[in-house]
Design a protein around this ligand. Structure first.
Ligand SMILES: [Zn+2]
Length: 219
């Protein structure tokens, strides 16, 4: 469990303008919500536990549910406002939990063997295809299991790719291939580098985002 320091709860916040108008209670008896703009209501459900403590605290349980601990007499609107103020933190904790859960998925030996086989076939194919289009050369291609990266390109032009790219959508795999090949023109991540990537893959930003998002499940 994670606890959030409550010192952030400022005195002046008590008088936050008509905040109670924004807040409502749902699921009587089991959940409370603080209406955070841009979020669906059910995502803001929390369980309120009152006790003889002196301060407010937020907890995210291992299952992602949220508990707010509050003193006996703290007004509901102050609690809601506290939750609302710290909801971004809650989301961050939930994301961290999801990542931990995903990491807990152990790739079996068979999955790995088959994945590496597929990677050794698909990745050189895609590399050859894009290198031709982009007008670049490259040296050796190594397929390996890297802990922290999806691909790399050495000064000499040797490329290395993470076999787990074959667990990703093909668009994402292609993005990594184009990214590494673009380093054959620009050994950096300057605007010129990204222009090379964009020329080949105009929609690369979405692919890069997906790699970031889904990549957490596999690295
Ligand atoms: Zn790069």
């Amino acid at each position: 469990m994670e606890n959030l320091g409550v010192e952030k709860m400022r005195q002046g916040q008590r008088d936050a303008e008509s905040i109670s108008g924004l807040l409502q209670q749902v699921r009587q008896g089991q959940g409370n919500t603080a209406d955070v703009p841009g979020l669906r209501q059910q995502e803001c459900v929390y369980r309120l536990v009152r006790s003889r403590r002196k301060s407010l605290a937020l907890q995210v349980s291992p299952d992602g549910s949220v508990i707010v601990r509050a003193p006996m007499r703290t007004a509901k609107y102050r609690i809601d406002s506290f939750v609302k103020e710290h909801w971004a933190w809650v989301e961050k904790q939930r994301q961290r939990l999801a990542e931990q859960r995903a990491k807990a998925h152990v790739i079996t030996d068979q999955e790995r063997r088959e994945g590496i086989e597929r990677a050794k076939q698909i990745i050189p194919e895609r590399t050859a295809y894009f290198a031709r289009r982009m007008g670049v050369t490259y040296g050796r291609i190594t397929i390996r299991e890297q802990k922290t990266r999806w691909g790399s390109c050495s000064q000499a032009g040797n490329l290395s790719f993470n076999w787990k790219l074959v667990l990703m959508p093909p668009d994402v795999l292609d993005y990594v291939v184009v990214h590494e090949l673009a380093h054959r023109k620009e050994m950096n991540h300057s605007p010129r580098f990204w222009a090379v990537v964009e020329k080949e893959l105009p929609g690369y930003r979405a692919r890069r985002e997906e790699l970031k998002r889904r990549g957490r499940e596999f690295l």
